[in-house]
Unconditional design. Sequence first.
Length: 670
Amino acid sequence: MKERLARSTPEALHFEPGVYVQQTAHGQGSAYIRGRTGQQTVLLFDGIRLNNSTFRQGPNQYFFTIDARTIRSIEVLRGGASTRFGSDAIGGAINAHPLRPTLDPTQQRIFIEPLASLRVGSADGEIGGRAQVEIRPMRELALLGGVGYRRAGRLTGGGVLRAPATGAPADVPRYEDDRATQLGTGFKELASDLRLRFRFAQRWALTAAFYDYRQFDAPRTDLCPAPEAPKNACLMIEEQFRTLAFVRLEHRDPDAVLLSAATITIAFQNQHERRSNRRPASFTENGSRDDVYTLGVIARGRSPEFTLSSGSRLRLTLGADFYTDWIDSKAWTQFTDGNLIIAASRGQYLDDSSYTWGALFAAGEMSLFDVMIFRAGLRATYTEVHAPQDVESLSSAVGRSFFNVVGRFGVELRFGPVFSLITNVDLSFRAPNLDDLTSRQQTGPGFQFENAALGAESALSTEIGARLDLHWLQLEFWGYAARLDGAIERAPRDVGDCPPDTPQCGSSWNRFQLINLGAGAMVRGVEGFVRVYLPARLTARATLAYAWGQGANPSNAPTSPGAELPLSRIPPLNGTLELRWRRGPLTLGAGLRWALSQDRLSLGDQSDARIPDGGTPGYATFDLRAGYRWRRKIAVNLLFENVGDAVYRYHGSSVNGAGRSVTVNVEARY
């Protein structure tokens, strides 16, 4: 991560196999795993879910609210993961592991380590940094805290992106006079964190942590301004905040009979979002604010390794999850010529809604002679949804409950220590959330309104893979197929279908409502990864991924699906190549990112201004990197991005990638 110098936590995943990162705005990023994102992938921070009941269909911005400067590592799980992580994990899961203070049992005196970093970038005029300090006043206590700031201006790309079908400039983004600097980009952010770890007995430890992220004035690029709108019209996310506080109790006893390790975490989160949609031509500004308060309790336990017989071993994992959301949602219209403000009867969501779920799960791994390994798991989840009625906007009350049982089974066959064949069968699910059942909002394809009758969607996926691990070569290859039943997709609607008290619906070019597809949808694909250790201290690393999705036509009645169409925003064939050379304190590297064009478009894709007429064109962009580290005290990293100044965009994004530019990061510690 330090050598790649990614601008954000989502962009840190650009070079990971099977991950494709979409950006609706400069200050946003959403990772696709096996063709799925948003509601159908689970995001976690230190094992605590970021997903809540307002995550919307398609890409979202919330993984961007994890400050990349606080991250120690990121774990990507590709494929269905509901047995381990619950609802939403149809495509996979991403777990960001934060920096942690270290306890040193040999410590003899007080330890203090301050660190400061500064980062500047030419593509968007970025300037930012972080100051942190780790303090260990005694062997049993350690603290780590820091603050970070960043200001990014308008992002300059390689030029104007053109539609493959017509050769005309794509509808979004709009540009300054230089035809390269993109309107609707730029943002400011402020982050802070504090983490304490205390060992109060030989086998017991307590962690208490607080993380706060605040992003200000981040325009939504495709609507700032929207196509054909005046240049001063803009949908702005004025405030995008995420606050997380938690305490975690840990117990480890390798000699225990039943549980060798156990943790219980109690977490509280607040996701705050305030938006303004300025429409100067009509002297109005539509404003809205949403707060989601989430209480979570997560318990995990792991057994010691049981010996069943000669050469046969078993290990079990048990867990329980509980999460509950409360919603505070408001909306208003301000008439700018007279400064009159009129409150709407409801916000994007129904105020005082709640969403609660609890689950139990168990998983096991049994090894036979270290040759064959069986893995299995089962999870049961109960969900309740409540939303009040709003008479003025004809919003019906919602009172729904869902009970889902899912599981997985897999076998790994090992041919010695270097080669393995693996196969897994997984059933994952997603219960509809408050965004599906109650929300009214402006999306990329148009205006979307609620469907309180939605059912849960599920995915039955099968994968087979091979791994080779030699001292000079690492290789993985996977093939997968997932059948989605009850898949939730956008169906087009007429102006007459718009709910009352929603002028944005009637004025939108397109209107949509989420429905469950009547027939099963399919996602198939392949993924590959290879790392080769070459002579002369050179390492080569490459990835490859392809996903293909097809489902019923959502414009027809669910009972009569008609012809099938591509699923929305499935990434094209894409891959990466990296070269790295290191000797002593000096590191040199190069990176290539590429993708073919994507012209397999759903109905929603065809009406989405973010996708040019005829699809998203292919691209190849080349980066150079250099780094120097003097002991542990000073590190300097340099990124020369997009050397060829290519004009490119990740499929489904509003923002073109950065043009030819330089980023420098300097870090000093004592």
